[in-house]
Structures are given as structure tokens and as C-alpha cells.
Design a protein around this ligand. Structure first.
Ligand SMILES: O=C(O)CCC(=O)C(=O)O
Ligand SMILES: [Fe+2]
Length: 353
């Protein structure tokens, strides 16, 4: 039976182009089902996006967190603003990132919460970050949300590593939940705008694996063959999983980080403000983003922490100068008609995981 919240959400229209992406069952995937593993691998070399059902992640409370956080007065939220230096935790005000190569400001607010802060890892053990009361109050639930999301990410990494011939533990070992890094939970808000307004500009995610929940349409992903934008239709109770550039670097371009953006919700949904809830898993901060499959010595590779800081900083409107600074802010998304991910050795038969 649909929940009250779902009943009150206007229907996603059936006359807009939607991405034909796989639905994967997490219970079956984590039990070693080969067909589900094949779908994950195919998706990771196609759109770079797939749906995941049965994640067992308690995410509904995060929509309440989003609602209450973004309703706070701007001067309260600005106490936690992340600034222009590459710090990526705290509040991002609407307009502080840009959406295109002309520097057009975005229309999205974020509140990013660090996994290490919530779990009191490393420097946060004795010195946690300041947050609005609404976030502080929910620390226990946030910790649970992060742990459950991270568990899903580790299964996805294990399955992908096996199929690339890396073995099951290599990628999970670079994403230890109790080691410091840039992993974070995010809530977002965009005001009701028309479907041709870009609220969050075209990008690839910076990290390894993203676990996303949304209720309203507006997320669009590029079809890697036709290079056309397609909507990702929200599926009730399911996560949307996508890969980020840090993982693509670790596997030497053999997987694909989907290019995506957010526009105003389509059809009747356009009158609604839009929230989304995200967990971004990133490699542990000291990990060098070098290919694990090409004998790369990593001499010129950036660390995961430096990579995030560079991208976060250069996407800020305050740091936008011209087309050159715009291109410097990018991961792999500007490579129009990117080569299909390379796979110079055949994918290994998927083994029971
Ligand atoms: O709001 C969404 O559906 C996607 C958000 C997103 O792409 C991001 O925060 O990186
Ligand atoms: Fe994203």
C-alpha cells in the first residue's frame, strides 16, 4: 500500500523520455546471484546507473531532515556554509555552484554531513563539527543510515571487483568505514521551477559509489550511446545507484560514471519543491587514484581527498572565471561521446559471492 507521503506526490508523467536502466535486487545480489551481478556490471559499463530494491536502508527520516533543515532561516544555515576553499561538509547555499560554462548559478541547496564526523573517526573523535539542532538530534539515525548505505556500497564494490578480475576484497579494502575519508550523507532542496530550468548542473559524481533516494522526477542522465538526456523515473522504495569518477580512475576507465543533472520536476510535479537524500562513498582519503589494473605506479595520481577538494572548489561560482576554469572543474563528464569503457581483457565469469 502506498504511504501517505507517496499518495500526496503528483504522478511522474508518462510522456517524457526515461532511461531504461536495470533493476537489481540487493538481497539476491548480496547472496551471490549471478544474474543480478551481471546486471550490475552491464549497468556500470552502460548508463553508470541502476535501481536497487530491498536495500534495507532506513532513509525516510532523511526526507524529514531535509524538510526541517532547509526551512531554517538563511542566516542560521549560513553559519555552516562550506565556503570556497574545497571544504565539502556543511551547507551549500543556492547559487554558490554554477550549472554551465557561462557560470550560470545553480538553484540547489545541500547539507553535507561527514561520515567521520557522525561516526567520530579520526580528528572528529574529540572535536565534532557544529550542526543545526535538527542534524545533531538525528545523529544516531544518521549513523545507522550511513552504516546501512556503506554496506550496500561494499557489496557493489565486491561484485564489480570480482568481474574485473581484481578479486572480491581489493575495492572494499580501499573503502573502510572506520578509516577517514570524504564519505558523506547529503540532503538537497530545489524550489518549484519549470522543467526546463537546470537546478543542479551536468556532472559526474566525484567518489566511488552513490546511493540516492528521490521522490520527484528531475534527475536526468545522459544516454552514453545517443548522448541524449533521459529522466530517471523515481521507483518507490528503491535506491538509485551510480558510479563516480574515483572508482573509474581506480579501475583504469573500465567502468562508467554516468553524466547527470537535475532539472525542475516534469509535468504536474513541477509545482513541488524537490528534495533528495544521498550517501556518497569515496575511497579512504589517503588512497591514490591510480589504476589498479594497469601497473600504474601512481606517481602522478592525486589522493581521494585532494580530488574531492579540487572538484568541490572549482565548481563554486566564486571560483568561476571562464571556459578554462569550467573545464578544470570537471571529471569525465565533458568528454562528449566518451569512448565506451575499455575492457582489454574479457570480464571474468561471475563467481558466487
Ligand atoms: O537530486 C538528485 O536526484 C541527484 C543529486 C545529485 O546528483 C548530487 O547531489 O550529486
Ligand atoms: Fe550527482
Amino acid at each position: 500500500m502506498p504511504s501517505r507521503m507517496e499518495e500526496s506526490i503528483p504522478l511522474f508523467p508518462d510522456d517524457v523520455p526515461t532511461a531504461d536502466i536495470y533493476m537489481v535486487d540487493f538481497d539476491r545480489l548480496s547472496a551471490g546471484d549471478k544474474e543480478e551481478a551481471r546486471k550490475v556490471f552491464d549497468a556500470s559499463r552502460g548508463y553508470g546507473f541502476f535501481y536497487l530494491s530491498n536495500t534495507h536502508i532506513d532513509f525516510n527520516f532523511m526526507f524529514d531532515v531535509a524538510n526541517e533543515t532547509f526551512k531554517l532561516p538563511l542566516d542560521e544555515k549560513m553559519k555552516y556554509e562550506m565556503g570556497n576553499t574545497g571544504r565539502y561538509f556543511g551547507y551549500k547555499m543556492s547559487g554558490s555552484n554554477y550549472v554551465d560554462n557561462k557560470g550560470t548559478p545553480d538553484q540547489s541547496e545541500f547539507y553535507n554531513v561527514s561520515k567521520d564526523d557522525v561516526m567520530r573517526n579520526g580528528q572528529y573523535k574529540d572535536d565534532p563539527l557544529e550542526h543545526p539542532e535538527i542534524i545533531k538530534r538525528r545523529r544516531g539515525e544518521l549513523e545507522e543510515f550511513m552504516a546501512q548505505s556503506h554496506r550496500v556500497v561494499l557489496v557493489v564494490l565486491r561484485v564489480l571487483g570480482e568481474q574485473l578480475g581484481l578479486g572480491p576484497d581489493v575495492l572494499p579494502d580501499l573503502h573502510k568505514i572506520d578509516r577517514v575519508g570524504g564519505d558523506q550523507a547529503r540532503v538537497t532542496h530545489a524550489p518549484p521551477v519549470s522543467a526546463d530550468t537546470i537546478t543542479l548542473g551536468e556532472h559526474t559524481d566525484f567518489g566511488s559509489v552513490t546511493v540516492l533516494f528521490n521522490q520527484l522526477g528531475g534527475l536526468q542522465v545522459i544516454n552514453p550511446d545517443s548522448y541524449e538526456w533521459k529522466y530517471v523515473k523515481p521507483q518507490p522504495h528503491c535506491a538509485i545507484i551510480n558510479l563516480g569518477d574515483a572508482l573509474v580512475k581506480l579501475v583504469g576507465d573500465r567502468l562508467y560514471s554516468g553524466v547527470h543533472r537535475v532539472v525542475g520536476p516534469p509535468g504536474e510535479q513541477a509545482q513541488s519543491p524537490r528534495h533528495s537524500v544521498v550517501y556518497f562513498a569515496r575511497p579512504n582519503g589517503h588512497i591514490k587514484l591510480k589504476s589498479l589494473l594497469d601497473g600504474d605506479d601512481g606517481e602522478d595520481a592525486m589522493t581521494a581527498d585532494d580530488w574531492i577538494a579540487q572538484r568541490a572548489k572549482l565548481r563554486r561560482t566564486a571560483n568561476f572565471k571562464d571556459d578554462t576554469s569550467f573545464h578544470a572543474s570537471r571529471g569525465t563528464e565533458h568528454l562528449k561521446n566518451r569512448d565506451k569503457p575499455k575492457l582489454d581483457k574479457p570480464a571474468r565469469e561471475v563467481e558466487a559471492v
